[in-house]
Design a protein around this ligand. Structure first.
Ligand code: PBG
Length: 324
């Protein structure tokens, strides 16, 4: 009997390295950061271990530290007190908003850092939904105009990428139009194109104080039993003018990542390893069940191997020692 021999590819670290098809590097990672008002605030977020609420001054220090490790892409989320919210989410798109102020500061001190901003109303609306309502109905057309205003405020402050995550129809179109009309055509759009309705966002909603006060997001986020809609949503975002697209969550959606990359090979694809997926690894490591950094390395490598070009990951900082 004859058989093929595979052990020869695995005998030493050097040989395994030679045959590795996927490598992680700092330039593939985007780290999410949560901004709060105030000064000298660096507070670990309950339920999202080792992730912090940062006031603008502390956020700048954090970026300093990350840059030292070669990490130069950040995704910003604004976190408000309930008293600052209203039904129309006005704090999201007013001039001089929390995020606009932070973006300006980052760009002054660290012009070489790429700034991505989340564009969604859920953290700013008193009802906690991603859009606004007319009577009892979510008003898609009104919402996309507000999302466009929010994106405009971020872009005018110097954001490199605005990233609509509200899953409203036409949100990329509305943003692209308003930016072009106002001389900001160079600002890029990263669409959260294939964003599924998921349990794995729960720790984030605690962190961003953005959980819906009633109901859920099933009427606008994708039902995870369909792949077809995810592929179509990605195609629609590309047609509307998205520069990059995203699949979210990532770990439980590797098949979708693979199919999106196959269907749209030329469009940069990001995948978001979300808060609940992150906490699964943290909790297993805390229970002594897995080695945290090796588990993180394996999962993030799998996301890359599936077809993601970029990964938005709370583990960026854990992974940096493996970067090539
Ligand atoms: C805003 C938004 C969410 C996440 C990113 N942007 C939450 C949601 O849709 O409920 C989730 C990120 C994470 O879980 O890490 N809409």
């Amino acid at each position: 009997m004859s058989f093929e021999r595979f052990h020869q590819y695995r005998t030493t670290p050097e040989i395994r390295e030679k045959y590795a098809e996927v490598k992680l590097s700092a330039d593939q990672f985007i780290i999410p950061l949560f901004v709060v008002e105030g000064q000298n605030v660096k507070q670990e977020i309950p339920g999202l271990q080792h992730v912090f609420h940062l006031s603008p001054d502390c956020l700048l220090n954090e970026i300093d530290r990350l840059k030292y490790r070669g990490i130069n892409k950040v995704m910003l989320f604004g976190v408000l007190e309930n008293s600052q919210k209203d039904e129309e989410a006005s704090a999201a798109y007013q001039k001089g908003s929390l995020i606009a102020g932070v973006v300006e500061k980052i760009k002054q001190v660290h012009p070489d850092v790429l700034v991505y901003t989340d564009v969604c109303l859920c953290g700013y609306a008193s009802h906690g939904h991603c859009g606004v309502f007319t009577d009892v109905n979510l008003d898609n057309e009104k919402t996309i105009q507000l999302l466009a205003k929010m994106a405009f405020v971020h872009a005018a402050a110097g954001a490199d990428f605005v990233c609509p995550s509200a899953m409203m129809d036409g949100q990329v179109y509305a943003i692209r139009q308003l930016l072009s009309q106002n001389g900001l055509a160079k600002t890029k759009i990263l669409g959260y194109s294939a964003k599924f309705q998921s349990s794995f966002y729960d720790p984030f909603r605690g962190a961003a104080n953005s959980a819906p006060r009633s109901g859920d997001r099933k009427t606008y986020q994708i039902d995870y039993r369909t792949t077809r809609q995810a592929l179509d949503e990605v195609g629609a975002d590309i047609n509307e003018g998205a520069d990059w697209v995203m699949v979210k969550p990532a770990h439980a959606y590797l098949d979708v990542i693979g199919k999106v990359k196959e269907r749209y090979p030329d469009v940069p694809l990001a995948a978001y390893h979300v808060s609940g997926e992150y906490m699964i690894i943290k909790a297993a490591a805390a229970a002594g069940l897995v080695d945290e950094s090796l588990a993180a390395l394996e999962v993030n490598t799998a996301i890359k191997r599936a077809g993601a070009d970029f990964i938005i990951s709370y583990m960026t900082d854990v992974l940096y020692k493996f970067f090539k």
